[in-house]
Design a binder for this molecule. Structure first.
Ligand code: ADP
Length: 341
């Protein structure tokens, strides 16, 4: 279904050339759920954007559903792109249109007559479980419902391939699971090929058949998800696998911390690049009337920010603690507040 041959993408910037994607070769089978995992800057978005012609490779050939998307342009590319849909981290819905109108939008563009359009929209609404929300506006929907609209819209023209760009990264764990279940359901019912990019290993483990690990524009490891979990070869893969194989250890840590700090809140921070723990903690102490104890965690620093998790304890007046936690939520970190029962 998808073939990527000797593909390179080089961006020229003020500071020189960036090898965003560097010599990638990859075949993805029809009906497969294929995951690409990597930290921020690894080249995942550039790779996925080359699959639907949003980026043209500097070298190499990309074919999707029988169309050489790296070569064609104009009307041929537009036609080829009907086979390839995409969903996004921030949903990219039209805010002034209702659920029904958002889903109908690609059908309108494709020139589908009104009656057929209405029927198709009703079908899609059922498929993604949005019955009763047809006339709501995006601002009236939860994150999970917004992504359901995104998925219905992406499926409107019966594509062969669905690309998911960090599609669950803005959702809480429970909603993430329900969206991932929906993707599996769609994959099984429609035989749709799904390619998803993520920095979260649990997403890969939950739904992917195979996974490629990207670092510095290259695929450094590829295989069946189970094999990669059992025998990760590269250090970076081992780090991703650890993201999800430590829950037991984490549970013990939490029980221990809750008894050690009976007051205030314990917060688990997850860093995935883009920000660092030190400025965040400095800001908390400086701008909020709270005490902050850095408890424990494993953090590694790279040029693009910190990676890992960190437990902190925040204590003070409850309003002030709430404000401090709101501030953390506004930052580029994963946040899990571990409350006292
Ligand atoms: P990821 O999706 O894994 O975070 P990206 O594909 O977004 O990675 O980026 C890979 C590299 O290419 C990064 O160094 C990024 O800064 C660079 N890059 C991406 N898009 C552009 C662009 N349009 N112009 C210049 N550099 C870019």
């Amino acid at each position: 279904m998808i073939s990527i041959k000797d593909v390179k993408k080089i961006f020229s910037t003020k500071n020189g050339k960036v090898n965003a994607v560097d010599n990638v070769n990859l075949e993805i089978n029809e009906g497969e759920i294929f995951g690409v995992i990597g930290y921020s800057g690894a080249g995942k978005s550039t790779l996925i954007r080359m699959l639907n012609g949003l980026e043209i490779p500097t070298e190499g050939v990309v074919s999707v559903a029988g169309n050489e998307v790296s070569r064609i342009k104009g009307a041929s590319l537009r036609k080829a792109r009907q086979e390839i849909s995409m969903i996004f981290q921030h949903f990219n819905l039209l805010w002034s249109r209702t659920v029904r109108e958002n889903i109908a939008f690609p059908l309108e563009i494709a020139g589908v007559p009104k009656k057929a359009r209405l029927e198709r929209v009703n079908e899609l609404i059922k498929l993604v479980g949005l019955d009763g929300r047809e006339d709501a506006y995006p601002s009236q929907l939860s994150g999970g419902q917004k992504q359901r609209v995104g998925i219905a819209r992406a499926l409107a023209n019966n594509p062969k391939v669905l690309l998911c760009d960090e599609a669950t990264s803005a959702l809480d764990p429970q909603t993430t699971d329900s969206i991932l279940d929906l993707l599996v359901d769609i994959n099984e019912r429609l035989g749709l090929t799904i390619v998803l990019i993520t920095h979260e290993m649990h997403v890969i483990r939950k739904i992917c058949h195979r996974v490629a690990v990207m670092e510095g524009g290259r695929i450094v490891e590829i295989g069946e998800v189970l094999d990669v979990f059992q025998k990760p070869k590269e250090p970076i893969t081992k780090r991703f696998v650890q993201q999800v194989t430590e829950p037991e250890e984490t549970k013990e840590t939490i029980t221990h911390l809750l008894s050690a700090y009976p007051n205030g809140q314990i917060v688990q921070l997850g860093f995935v690049g883009g920000s660092a723990e030190q400025p965040l903690i400095t800001n908390l102490i400086r701008h909020y009337n709270v005490t902050v104890n850095v408890l424990q965690g494993k953090i590694s620093q790279t040029q693009s920010g910190s990676y890992g998790t960190l437990f902190i304890h925040i204590d003070g007046e409850s309003d002030e603690v709430t404000r401090a936690i709101e501030y953390i939520h506004s930052q580029k970190v994963g946040v899990e507040v571990i409350s006292h029962a």
